[in-house]
Design a protein around this ligand. Structure first.
Ligand SMILES: Nc1ncnc2c1ncn2[C@@H]1O[C@H](COP(=O)(O)OP(=O)(O)OP(=O)(O)O)[C@@H](O)[C@H]1O
Ligand SMILES: [Mg+2]
Length: 496
């Protein structure tokens, strides 16, 4: 469905007046849930400096390690990375800019945060201290700008997406200030919505993006049955008259209350455009640092998540997801701990339209200089990854080696079972969620891609990890026959 473009109703003179009157300095109150944390201000000069000051009565932890508490004012050139990571990117950023045209051509991330930061991912809320200029102009027929006009919510990520609310009758409506969002809807196809002046050069714009994410997510759910993967559904949404991938928000409880949640990029103090920099090791190091003893920066993690991360990364390799960057991992509050959030934003980059993302998004094997293409990943890199995450020590014990071998063999076993099911030869009851893929003809291409990725990677990257470890890590007398590691997969035997 093509949407009509409606020109702004403002004439040039009115617009010039609005731009001249737009506030140069804005202050916002920052809350963590209901707790008032401090004040964020943009300086009135043109220096793009932002200032943050913790409130004197605030007793909670620092927002993050790069914004320590103290009497000093904190300053940042541009927005602090902690806040920048909350701000929309790509399509939604441009849609929100459409209704802020009174700031002229240089609408900053601060402006977007000040106008739309009341409902961010997680529990941080940014509320302007004074009334801001009324949103206006723009191409209001455009679904993104329409949402931007009526809602004060932010969600990062490049892909076109809008926030939806599930009503009591099961219907979904575009969220507004009164109806907080319960779901994120990724939109079907940029061409249908790309009336905004935004080039998709940096982003994968394939038409099959929703089917790809749906199938990849379900394959991951089957590969990682003990892990959590976000709930996704492909649905035609009446209110916006198009197909969408509806993703249930894990940072909201059943009553819609926010649950604290931070992307790793945010926790590591990186800016949004640095999300492809670094090592998977950085995530494990963060978890390890915050898991021991006292709570650091209000975050206590759980060491068990490092193994969860390792399994996720093996699954990431198996489905050839080349977009597992620092904004695609998050920590979510669970009781008094921060645990890895459910898996989200998983796409297989083996499809031709994803060529740009054909390797791992982050580096493996510290201090490697480059990321690896999928076909470069060999058993030695899987071992390097286990070392990076601290699951194999400098001189690994037999127990550590056995553990890694069992993890690899178990996931390869599952990958084989999943392939057999997708090929129509297996018993779908073992992974009932795969039935959704089996039954629908629209997933034909994605199913074929999934089968070929899984097969390529278990043969090309994961096969022989146990042998490699035996040969290189263990003393000859301690070497364990690989058979000892093999986890017999009864279901798999039945299938084959
Ligand atoms: N189910 C969820 N619940 C809560 N927050 C989520 C959920 N899924 C994603 N998010 C948050 O929304 C952000 C954007 O979502 P997502 O990564 O799926 O979008 P994207 O546009 O595909 O991103 P990218 O730019 O990485 O391609 C994530 O970085 C994360 O902070
Ligand atoms: Mg993402």
């Amino acid at each position: 469905m093509e949407m009509a473009i409606v020109e702004s109703t403002l004439d040039a003179e009115a617009l010039t007046t609005m731009i001249a009157e737009a506030p140069k300095s804005i202050s916002c109150k920052v809350y963590n849930g209901q707790i008032y944390v401090g004040i964020l201000t943009r300086r009135p000069d043109n220096s793009h400096t932002t200032i943050f000051q913790y409130d004197a009565n605030y007793k909670g932890p620092a927002l993050c390690s790069t914004m320590p508490k103290g009497k000093e004012l904190l300053r940042s050139q541009g927005l602090f990375p902690f806040f920048r990571n909350l701000v929309s990117e790509g399509w939604l950023e441009e849609a929100q800019k459409e209704v802020l045209i009174f700031y002229g051509t240089t609408i900053s991330h601060f402006d977007i945060l000040a106008h739309f930061g009341e409902d961010c991912i997680g529990a941080i809320r940014v509320v302007p201290c004074a009334k801001l200029p009324k949103r206006t102009g723009g191409i209001l027929e455009h679904i993104g700008a329409k949402q931007a006009h009526r809602n004060s919510a932010l969600v990062p990520g490049i892909q076109p997406k809008i926030l939806m609310t599930e009503k009591a009758d099961g219907e979904y409506v575009v969220s507004s200030r009164k109806t907080r969002s319960t779901h994120i809807a990724k939109l079907e196809h940029m061409a249908k919505t790309a009336h905004l002046d935004w080039s998709a050069d940096d982003a994968p714009p394939p038409q099959d993006i929703l089917c790809n994410e749906f199938v990849t997510t379900e394959v991951l759910r089957a590969l990682l049955p003990e892990d959590q993967t976000c709930a996704v559904e492909l649905k035609y949404l009446d209110t916006i008259k198009q197909e969408a991938l509806l993703i249930k928000r894990f940072d909201r409880d059943d009553e819609g209350n926010p649950i604290a949640c931070y992307e790793l990029n945010q926790l590591l103090g990186k800016n949004t455009d640095e999300k492809y920099d670094g090592y998977y090791k950085d995530i494990a190091d963060f978890i390890r640092k915050h898991a021991t003893g006292t709570v650091v920066d209000g975050i206590r993690t759980n060491l068990g998540d490092i193994e969860v991360l390792f399994k996720r990364l093996l699954a990431t390799i198996l489905v050839e997801n080349g977009d597992a960057h620092m904004k695609n991992f998050a920590l979510l509050q669970k009781g008094d701990e921060f645990r890895l959030s459910p898996n989200y934003d998983s796409v297989s980059c083996a499809r031709p339209s994803y060529k740009k993302l054909s390797g791992m998004a982050l580096k493996i094997g510290y201090p490697a200089k480059d990321t690896l293409a999928m076909e470069q990943i060999k058993p030695k890199h899987i071992v390097a990854l286990a070392r990076d995450l601290g699951l194999l020590s400098e001189t690994p014990t037999l127990e550590e080696v056995s553990n890694i071998a069992s993890i690899v063999n178990e996931i390869v076993g599952r990958a084989k079972t999943i392939c057999a099911i997708l090929e129509g030869k297996g018993d779908v009851h073992q992974f009932p969620n795969l039935a959704k893929i089996m039954d629908a003809s629209i997933f034909g291409a994605e199913k074929t891609t999934a089968i070929s990725c899984l097969t390529r990677r278990w043969n090309g990257s994961l096969a022989g990890v146990d042998m490699f470890m035996n040969k290189t890590l263990l003393k000859p007398q301690a070497a364990v026959h690989p058979k000892k590691f093999v986890m017999p997969d009864i279901s798999l035997r039945k299938v084959l």
